[in-house]
Design a protein around this ligand. Structure first.
Ligand SMILES: Nc1ncnc2c1ncn2[C@@H]1O[C@H](COP(=O)(O)OP(=O)(O)OP(=O)(O)O)[C@@H](O)[C@H]1O
Length: 590
């Protein structure tokens, strides 16, 4: 299913319905049929009134009973058609909603890893859930209503003029007033207005989810809701938008509502005039009764149509939002042939990179060579570009200019899946899934033999963790009161990396959350993991990088210095200063 930004909303919706799309024409047909049948009981009631009116109480009872049965029969048929129409439209709508979510997830999987650092899970869930819901409502309810509404509209209009064109004309005046107001409200700016509305709503919803996720921090620091300024601002922006919109629509909506519900207000004067100028009072009164019976339909169906037009635009906007979230242009270009090299030296050649919307470059003209099997440590002030540099190796994003190569091959030539198979990550905040420890470790190599898992557990020093859990390695974590400390989680993540046994290892503050006891275990395990691998490690604790083959000092996106610990200490540069400060801080801590 490709993005169909240029095609009409209906064609785009249809493309997501798959085979169930064939049900929609049937749903619409039943809706049209149902709406026509739904009008007929009113015609029957009018026939009964006419019989009583023209023949008085002498009217044949059998005629009246026959009309009553007809009315009953039409009502039953109307209900059957209506339900059939809704059932069919719901089948198509559920399939559409499923495919839309599935497609969004499929696209999300193809997004570069960097995408997930920018788009929180809260935001993604809100965008997909809310917009899929809007699209569902449109297809399941409003689309059949559109067909039905249009049918009733045309049928009523025809009937109104067939019965008595003069009374029909009297009904037309409020209709024209209503239409003029409708057009005013749905004018040319309506699309942009809806876009603003949905943007504002989405911002508020996303911030609300983020607020809930951040409640522990807010409570710990004893802040109020006003401390979460972004949520507050988004609520205020929404509030302002809604108030201004309601105020701008107030006049047009009031006139529209009065006109649409006041079809009859010219009918009575028109009927009186017609009688005064010599019309048959019986005939005109009888017609008047018909108009009083039938015109409420008109109001109802115009209201429905108004909501459907609104729903149509919202549905188009909603699909667009889901598609834009995982826009294909943000996806990494994947080469046709897999050309994974068999050597793993990494090179940065004149690499510069700027984040979307950032005012300055995160990396500028970086030249760096990391020979296979060596360890390079990245140090430097916060924001100096260490994480960005490490992540370009794994194609979280692609370099803006210059190139990153592995074994001499530009990473852009490597398929992201294949590239990922050759890289292990250990981040500072490890993500463990709410499943057994075994399954968590198996993410490193799903087809690993039990012996391989045991070895990984051993190497990552996880035996003690597993030993104290009720079901050992098969204990589910994150449920039933079984939780692991930050350092323990980190060791499970290391077991995963051991099992993967990738030739390139990226470590980003891997011991940051470890307590002293865990840190010792983790350092030990890390040294084993790094043996013989090409390693890029980021660390703030300088003692953990002194053994690195090369230490690279980053400063404002550039490489300021590089060399071994001893070489850098000899220079009177940034590293020497950092080392002195670090030692002082350690002494203070002691
Ligand atoms: N997703 C992002 N979008 C926009 N700018 C970003 C993003 N991530 C980082 N930056 C900016 O890029 C620059 C480099 O950030 P990076 O995270 O690489 O630095 P770092 O040296 O790893 O910092 P730290 O040690 O604090 O983790 C910083 O100015 C940062 O504000």
């Amino acid at each position: 299913m490709k993005s169909q930004k240029q095609s009409s909303t209906l064609a785009r919706l249809r493309s997501y319905m798959g085979k169930k799309g064939v049900l929609m024409p049937f749903s619409i047909t039943f809706s049209v049929l149902g709406n026509i049948l739904g009008m007929l009981p009113f015609v029957c009631v009018w026939l009964i009134i006419r019989a009583l009116f023209t023949q008085g109480l002498a009217a044949s009872g059998s005629d009246i009973v026959r009309y009553a049965w007809w009315a009953f029969g039409f009502s039953i048929l109307f209900i059957l058609c209506y339900f059939t129409s809704l059932m069919l439209s719901h089948l198509a709508a559920f399939r559409l909603e499923r495919n839309l979510r599935y497609e969004a997830m499929q696209r999300a999987v193809r997004m570069p890893l960097g995408f997930f650092t920018r788009n929180t899970t809260g935001k993604m869930r809100k965008v997909i859930d809310d917009n899929a819901g809007i699209v569902h409502t449109f297809v399941a309810h409003q689309l059949p209503d559109l067909a039905g509404g249009l049918t009733v509209f045309v049928a009523t209009l025809v009937l109104m003029f067939v019965f008595d064109w003069r009374l029909g004309l009297a009904c037309l005046v409020p209709l024209l007033i209503a239409f003029a107001q409708f057009y005013r409200m749905m004018g040319k700016d309506y699309g942009a207005t809806m876009q603003q509305y949905m943007t504002s709503l989405e911002a508020m919803n996303t911030e609300a989810v983020e607020y809930v996720r951040g409640i522990p921090v807010v409570k710990v620091f004893q802040q109020t809701v006003y401390s979460f300024k972004r949520l507050y601002d988004s609520i205020m922006a929404y509030n302002k938008w809604v108030k201004e919109y309601a105020a701008s629509m107030c006049k047009a909506m009031s006139i529209y509502t009065v006109a649409i519900n006041g079809f009859a207000f010219l009918l009575v004067p028109a009927a009186i005039i017609l009688i005064l100028i010599g019309g048959s009072w019986q005939e005109i009164t009888l017609n008047l009764i018909f108009y009083v019976l039938i015109t409420p339909f008109f109001g109802q169906c115009i209201m429905k149509l108004m909501y459907v037009v609104d729903g149509y635009r919202q549905a188009g906007e909603a699909v667009g939002r889901i598609e834009a979230l995982t826009d294909e242009r943000q996806q990494l270009q994947t080469p046709r042939a897999l050309t994974m090299p068999d050597t793993y030296d990494i090179c940065f050649k004149q690499v510069s990179f700027r984040y979307d919307d950032a005012s300055k470059e995160a990396l500028s003209d970086v030249d760096l060579s990391i020979p296979q099997g060596k360890t390079v440590a990245l140090v430097g002030a916060s924001g100096s570009g260490k994480t960005t540099l490490a992540r370009l190796i794994a194609r979280f994003w692609d370099a803006g200019s210059g190139k990153v190569t592995i074994g001499g091959v530009d990473v852009k030539q490597l398929h992201p899946d294949e590239l990922m198979r050759h890289i292990s990550f250990v981040f500072q905040n490890t993500e463990l899934f709410k499943t057994s420890i075994r399954e968590n470790i198996l993410y490193g190599k799903p087809d690993a033999a039990p012996g391989e898992i045991d070895r990984a557990v051993e190497l990552a020093q996880c035996r003690d963790i597993i030993g104290k859990l009720p079901a050992g390695i098969d204990t589910k974590i994150g449920t039933e009161g079984i939780y692991l400390s930050g350092g323990e989680q980190q060791r499970i993540a290391l077991a995963r990396a051991f099992l993967k046994d990738a030739p390139i290892v990226l470590l980003d503050e891997a011991t940051a959350f470890a307590d002293p006891e865990n840190e010792h275990e983790i350092q030990h395990a890390l040294r084993r993991l790094m043996r013989g691998k090409t390693v890029v490690m980021i660390a703030h604790r300088l003692t953990s990088v002194t053994d690195a083959d090369t230490i690279v000092v980053m400063d404002e996106g550039r490489i300021a210095e590089q060399g071994t610990h001893a070489q850098l200490l000899e220079k009177d540069g940034i590293y020497r200063r950092m080392w002195k400060e670090y030692q002082q801080s350690v002494r203070w801590a002691i």
